[in-house]
Design a protein around this ligand. Structure first.
Ligand SMILES: Cc1ncc(COP(=O)(O)O)c(C=O)c1O
Length: 366
């Protein structure tokens, strides 16, 4: 049997009629940028999260970048985040002209260690970007308290956390902004690139609407220095349909995660942990194993694809050498990087495929 890490062709097979109608509907209307499909999706996505404003942009990388611009980040400012994240979290900070400052993570959750944040705050710190990594929400009570105490802005990186909840409230609705990615493989994925910023702050929402479209107040009248970062009509129409499936898809991810957790708990594997008062949406199912290379090779020989998220923490990436972070400075991040591996998890993964992954892992340890 072959078990891919992801397979979006199954989604197309299931919803071919709907997708084809949606796409031809947009073509028939002939409006492709900033039209009624985007407005509708923005309204529905904001309602889903229970937040006032949602503004569609080109990607989550651009969402984070524009959010930093909207809060007036300037050259020399510092933004606190983690090094075990996707590169884009940090490239957005970098391109906005600020310096990323890394905080180590908790060994139990792999999320930002809130006990270490205050020690990294300086007079130049302007914002914190907590990353709800793998679909697991950060401790937003603690982060918002620190932000309040030190007058910092908070931009939540929700690229992997559509529908995740911290104490019953959706990820993305705590900070000044929530930044979402609709990269195709995300829990809510487009069929191309797309992203969204959400906020309860009207002034910030207006600013993002200007920033994403050359600062245009009216056609061809720029009132602030803007950019081009828009979520197109085809993607918006598809996403608006897929949003109606998000809870069902997240539930399926949770079922698969529960099955992995129940069936693998007696093996020498560290399974994902999460607090029962929060909702983890399992964008990724990340375990820790000794002898990771051997483990991955064995599964590959069995036809099972696994991936490492992420193999090089940002402070050790060649591109970010200029930050002068030395090896060993983020001990938990660096230790986990050596051990983590992600198992296949996506809504269209079949029960027999999940069983096959479980049985193959058991075989490895026999
Ligand atoms: C944690 C995190 N932040 C940001 C991004 C960037 O998202 P996008 O591909 O929409 O720019 C991603 C996607 O890979 C991500 O996983």
């Amino acid at each position: 049997m072959k078990v891919p890490f992801g397979d979006l062709s199954k989604q197309y097979k299931k919803y071919k009629k709907e997708f084809d109608n949606i796409i031809s509907g947009v073509f028939a209307k002939g409006s492709f940028i900033l039209g009624e499909n985007l407005s509708r999706f923005e309204t529905n996505f904001a309602d889903y999260l229970d937040i006032k404003y949602a503004v569609g942009v080109g990607s989550a990388t651009e969402a984070l970048f524009l959010a930093l611009k909207a809060i007036d980040i300037k050259n020399g400012d510092e933004v606190i985040t983690v090094a075990n994240t996707a590169v884009p979290t940090v490239s957005a900070i970098d391109f906005a002209g600020a310096a990323p400052v890394f905080v180590d993570i908790e060994e139990s959750s792999y999320l930002i260690d809130t006990e270490l944040i205050e020690g990294r705050i300086t007079s130049r710190t302007k914002a914190i970007i907590p990353v709800h990594l793998y679909g697991n929400p950060c401790n937003m009570d603690k982060i918002m308290q620190i932000a309040k105490d030190y007058n910092l802005k908070v931009i939540e990186d929700c690229a992997q956390a559509h529908g995740a909840e911290f104490k019953g409230k959706k990820a993305g609705t705590f900070g000044d902004f929530g930044a979402f990615s609709f990269y195709p493989s995300k829990n809510l994925g487009a069929n191309g690139d797309a992203g969204m910023l959400v906020t309860d702050n009207e002034e910030l929402a207006i600013k993002i609407r200007l920033l994403r479209n050359y600062g245009f107040e009216d056609r061809y009248k720029s009132i602030i220095r803007g950019f081009n970062s828009r979520l197109d009509e085809i993607q918006a129409a598809l996403l608006d349909f897929k949003l109606t499936k998000l809870d069902e898809w997240n539930l399926r991810r949770k079922q698969i995660a529960d099955r992995y957790i129940n069936r693998l708990s007696d093996l020498p594997i560290v399974l994902p942990s999460h607090s029962s008062e929060n909702m983890h949406v399992f964008h990724l199912f990340v375990i820790r194993v000794a002898q990771r290379d051997k483990f991955m090779k064995f599964l590959l020989n069995e036809g099972i694809s696994t991936i490492i998220h992420y193999p090089i923490p940002i402070h050790l990436q060649p591109a970010y050498k200029y930050l002068n972070y030395k090896d060993g400075i983020l001990p938990v991040t660096e230790k986990l990087t050596e051990e983590i591996v992600s198992l296949p998890i996506f809504p269209d993964l079949e029960d027999n495929e999940v069983e096959y992954v479980i049985e193959s892992i058991k075989k490895f340890y026999n």
